[in-house]
Ligand binder design. Structure first.
Ligand SMILES: [Zn+2]
Length: 479
């Protein structure tokens, strides 16, 4: 039996575990740092499969490290299991019917993410056991990916020390190696304090914090022209001072997110944004308190490990969905307006090498997109807390289809599809690809050595956490 066949057989054997995790965690739909039941579910499955588990990693209640095996290479796999507010939706329903109005939902597909990653860990542990091969697999339970910088806190606490390589994945609408970079970012809060006054009778006595916010935003909007074009700056009002126009507002606050391809660029731009805030305070006669509230490093894709994933995808082919999965998918495809649908079907047919009629009946991507070596420096403008991990350990990621083409993450349509067999099958395929990738490195540890030298060449071993010491996970619970 080839390694591929052996691992595929193990994935089939563990498919029930993978579906069960996906469905359970989907139903819990817990927010960041509140993933108690999700965490418990994963830990209980892993312990039953012979893993030793360290709970409360990095001092975070819903983080854990599960380990199987001994010696090097030590291969890490990450599992995310937080959901998003307001994205509750019944599984399989193509019209909006929340399970509970306003409640959380797995609109980023993290129920499947954790199921696929835990499935991969369980499969590779069984494979190590069967083959009598030495090596260690470590599953990292990494909470609060969405808004809580889970992996950044874990990186700062040294959770990833001693790991030789990391494989991970993210649910999406296609099966593709993620050989691209992602941006770094910083979140900075600006609290302005002024002097309240009657806005008509004594405006001269007032110093408006709201004016300061507006002046700051105008200043930053002028600054946009004079920063590298890859920089993104977004802001939101956390506090606009109140609802009464006849009061000079003595408090108002803004939250900025600044992104760029490298954390060093983000920091340089952030220093200039801070100056704009100080200028706005000076102009309005107010005071400003500036607090860095979080951040993450850019994602560095590891060439050697991405190549391993790509080879595994080529050998294994794409995911195998059932006729029931295709029926569900067709319902979601039919809910898309005619014009868009026609184009999606045309593109889907071309990508998967089948006729349009065929793809209309089976509208899920099963084709694989292999590694495109020319994309090493391509930067996707989104960010991920995988970035901090990718500075410390050679890391590679891919996407697996858990929904019809064009379903965006962070939507109720994603919640609805990932909670069905489509999510189960996408997770099982991700488990197969990760387990095969781990097997290749266990059988040829020189891949991990080469991956490590590629990382050192890029970072020179330098990593600076974007999180200040006074920022703690508690600040991001359930947001
Ligand atoms: Zn996500």
């Amino acid at each position: 039996m080839s390694e591929l066949e052996a691992i595929r057989a193990l994935v089939r054997e563990k498919a029930g575990i993978i579906s069960d995790i996906n469905r359970q965690i989907w139903s819990y739909a817990e927010g960041g740092y509140a993933e108690y039941r999700s965490c418990e579910k994963l830990v209980s499955v892993l312990e039953a499969e012979g893993f030793s588990v360290r709970r409360g990693a990095a001092g975070i209640e819903t983080a854990f490290i599960a380990e199987y095996g001994s010696g090097h290479p030590v291969i890490g796999i990450t599992a995310e299991y937080d959901s998003l507010p307001g994205l509750s939706q019944q599984a399989g329903e193509a019209v909006k019917i929340p399970v509970e109005e306003g409640a959380n939902g797995h609109g980023c597909g993290h129920s499947a993410l954790s199921a696929g990653s835990a499935g991969a860990a369980v499969v590779i542990a069984a494979w190590l056991r069967e083959k009598g091969i030495s090596g260690t697999v470590r599953l990292f339970g990494t909470p609060a990916e969405e808004s809580g910088f889970g992996k950044v806190f874990m990186a700062k606490a040294g959770c990833f020390d001693g790991v030789d390589a990391v494989f991970t994945w993210h649910p999406g609408d296609m099966n593709a190696v993620s050989f691209n970079r992602m941006t770094a970012n910083l979140r900075i809060r600006y609290d302005f304090r002024g002097v309240a006054a009657h806005a008509a009778a004594a405006p001269d006595r007032g110093r408006s914090a709201l004016d300061a916010c507006e002046l700051m935003n105008v200043g930053v909007n002028y600054l946009r022209e004079h920063v590298p074009s890859s920089v993104r700056m977004h802001y939101a009002y956390l506090d606009c001072g109140g609802t009464a126009p006849n009061v000079v507002q003595d408090h108002a606050s803004l939250l900025y997110i600044i992104r760029a391809p490298k954390l060093s660029t983000v920091s340089e731009v952030a220093a200039r944004v801070d100056d704009v805030a100080r200028g706005a305070a000076l102009m309005s006669g107010t005071e400003v308190a500036i607090r860095k509230q979080g951040g993450m490093s850019d994602v560095i894709p590891n060439p050697s490990l991405c190549r391993v994933i790509s080879e595994c995808m080529q050998e294994a082919g794409g995911p195998e969905f059932t006729s029931g999965d295709y029926e569900t998918a067709a319902r979601f495809m039919n809910a898309i307006p005619e014009e868009t649908r026609a184009k999606l079907i045309r593109d889907g047919a071309a990508l998967n090498g089948i006729s349009e009629e065929e793809f209309e009946k089976r509208p899920l991507n099963t084709a694989v997109r292999l590694m495109d070596e020319s994309r090493r420096n391509f930067v996707v403008s989104a960010s991920s807390d995988v970035g901090d991990l990718s500075y410390l350990v050679p890391t590679a990621q891919f996407n697996a289809a858990v929904c019809i083409p064009s379903t965006a993450v962070h939507t109720w349509q994603m919640t609805a599809q990932v909670g069905t067999g489509i999510g189960d099958r996408g997770a099982a395929w991700a488990a197969l690809i990760i387990a095969m990738s781990c097997a290749k490195v266990f059988l040829d540890p020189s891949i991990a050595e080469k991956a490590k030298s590629e990382l050192t060449e890029e970072t020179r071993g330098e990593y600076v956490s974007p999180l200040p010491d006074d920022v703690t996970p508690d600040m991001f619970r359930n947001i």
